[in-house]
Write a protein that binds this ligand. Structure first.
Ligand code: FCB
Length: 448
């Protein structure tokens, strides 16, 4: 690695959250039910039996949370809007109280000099839409465009960056194939249909954005990971390439080239699944120029030929590497690899790392949390991120997941990712040592 210099002055250092994971107030002030409300309320779906009903109570504590961010010194805050909070049935009647909450939040951020970065869809679909087919249905695609229009018209000029979807791969395949997320389906065909519709919905939202033409910029966030074959054997290399097609190229190719990867179209067809290539009209919609690509980076995958029923791959779990509490390998170089690859193969105008972070079973000791391993994780990823700038890749910002511990989906409150510790019994916020580490990084724009 080269000389360690300074991140540019306009580089955004931020933190990220998502509505269902922090807000709570699940049925307050006219909010409609989301698929995550339904999923978490169904016994057996969440590891520790908890729900996001209260979560971090951010709906009521947002002012305190913004004050913490100000103390941290971030220049941007990435959060998502709960669709059923503003449109309880997914479309039609607007819940003014829901919009008012986000207006208050944006106002507070403005006062604090923090740029709002808003995700339209971070997984909490209105249950009313799910009841009519959810993302498998075109109705949801159309409703998403209208929901986007409402948000652009209401908050357009106050939002710095808009993100259409967060991690469509997770929505499609964890929610509809593996069934570990809402809506909890286990149907690969349904997942393919969902993935296709998510891309179309993204395209519609971008089109509406260009029409409304607010001040900010628009993009999408993908979860991307390097996929490495376990051995150099042909079979393992093929399996790794297929897994890469499943995870990375399945979204990158349509967004930047207008079509699903040919090898995946062929592979899925051979397996008996229906996946319609995009028509010319759809291609133009899905591959509209974006202002930026958001990348969530946590880990890599090491893949071999294996027993996974659809993909016929297997994931190698090397027992000799460091892992987070999620079981994800700590692989800091991957942030460089993925930025380099995406820049070379797809040429996005700008890249933001919209999430990166580390889960650890933190404990409070004498009123503080000494989360050394999180600090090491963040430092090593920032070191490699800095190398992407040295190499001239267009990375303009980095967001830590997360400002505070929160509801980690199917794992409930059993996984802690925060820079701030949450005592869920009292809702007390206690900055961990990593909070002060990140504050120093931001202050100096450097990791030295
Ligand atoms: C990502 C999600 C985010 C959070 C982190 C740990 O996949 O976007 O909501 O749960 O993982």
């Amino acid at each position: 690695m080269g000389y360690l210099g300074y991140f540019p002055e306009d580089f955004l250092f931020g933190v990220a959250t998502a509505s269902y994971q922090i807000e709570g107030a699940w049925n307050e002030d006219g909010k409609g039910e989301s698929i995550w409300d339904r999923f978490a309320h169904t016994p057996g779906n969440i590891l520790d039996g908890t729900t996001g009903d209260v979560a971090c109570d951010h709906y009521h504590c947002f002012a305190e949370d913004v004050a913490l961010m100000q103390e941290l010194g971030v220049s941007a805050y990435r959060f998502s809007i709960s669709w059923p909070r503003v449109l309880p049935s997914g479309k039609g009647a607007v819940n003014e109280k829901g919009l008012a909450f986000y207006r208050r939040l944006i106002e507070k951020l403005k006062e604090a000099g923090i740029k709002p970065v808003v995700t339209l869809y971070h997984w909490d679909l209105p249950q009313a839409l799910q009841d009519r087919g959810g993302w498998e249905s075109e109705e949801t695609v159309e409703a998403f465009a209208e929901y986007a229009r409402l948000l652009f018209a209401t908050f357009g000029d106050d939002v710095h960056l808009w993100i259409t979807h967060n991690e469509p791969w997770v929505v499609a395949f964890i929610g509809n194939y593996e069934g570990r997320h809402a809506p909890g389906k286990r149907d690969f065909q349904a997942a393919l249909r969902v993935a296709r519709n998510l891309l179309l919905a993204h395209g519609h939202a971008v089109r509406v954005f260009r029409e409304v033409n607010p001040k900010g910029a628009i993009g999408i966030t993908l979860n991307l990971s390097p996929v490495h074959p376990l051995t150099e054997e042909q079979e393992d290399r093929e399996a790794a390439w297929r897994f890469d097609g499943y995870l990375n190229r399945f979204f990158l190719d349509p967004l930047f080239r207008g079509q699903f990867p040919e090898d995946m179209l062929t592979f899925y067809r051979k397996k008996g699944f229906i996946l319609e290539p995009f028509t010319e009209e759809e291609r133009a919609l899905v591959a509209q120029p974006l202002d930026f690509l958001g990348i969530n980076y946590y880990s890599r995958h090491v893949v071999r030929k294996g027993e996974e029923p659809v993909l016929e791959t297997g994931e190698h779990q090397n027992p000799y590497v460091e892992r987070s509490d999620m079981g994800w390998e700590v692989y800091p170089r991957g942030i460089y690899e993925i930025v380099e690859r995406v820049t070379k193969e797809y040429q996005p105008q700008t890249i933001y790392i919209t999430e990166n972070g580390f889960a650890f079973p933190d404990t409070l000791q004498n009123g503080t949390v000494n989360d050394e391993r999180r600090i090491a994780y963040l430092r090593d990823h920032l070191l490699w991120l800095y190398q992407t700038l040295e190499a001239g890749y267009p990375v303009k910002g980095y967001f830590v997941w997360s400002i505070m511990d929160n509801f980690e989906w199917a794992f409930g409150f059993s996984k802690r990712f925060g820079l701030v510790y949450i005592d869920y019994a009292t809702q007390q916020r206690i900055p961990k040592r990593s909070f002060f580490f990140y504050r120093e990084v931001i202050r100096r724009r450097s990791i030295r």
